[in-house]
Design a protein. Sequence first.
Length: 203
Amino acid sequence: MPDYKLVYFNARGRAELIRWIFTYADIPFTDERIEMSDWPGRKSSIPGGKLPVLMVDGEALPQSLSIARYAARIGGLAPEDPFQSAHCDALADTLSDMMTEVYKVMFAKGDKEEQAKKFKEEVYPNHVCPLLARLESRLKTRDYFITDKLTWSDLMICLVFSGMVKKNPEVLKPYPVVEKHVNKICVIPKIKAWNDAQPETPF
């Protein structure tokens, strides 16, 4: 098996999905975390100057979703059927687009109450709810998002919305099927053990 080293900040952020995939698939990897204070001195040594990056036997693979797709394929968490696999990719891209809108509010400078108001009145109804409604409808008729077994898209659904619930506890209440799905994934022993062992980080 190749040597895998995932390099990211000391945070969950854009690397946590990759960590979950490796953990669930029992793929050994080095989880190298860079402190923000050390980043200016390390940036020039990172291929492309952006994180996360996955080093595979010393060769760099950039871009968080590209790394996640690769990890899912080698870990058996991507559907073998090309069309089903494309559906996983499409959901990942859609979730990423949604989170871009969420991050604009989360990391905006200014008053926290104003940020919360903007999320509740603009981002949640216009960007989060439409996707949750689609997921609610789809998950009513199946145990997992794509096939009859867990794929990396299910891990991403759980990661994204469990994180959102920590800051906004009511976001899933109108979507009980999605809430149940998220809770089901969160208590998978490997995922729960990983999460329980992680320290609190800023993002």
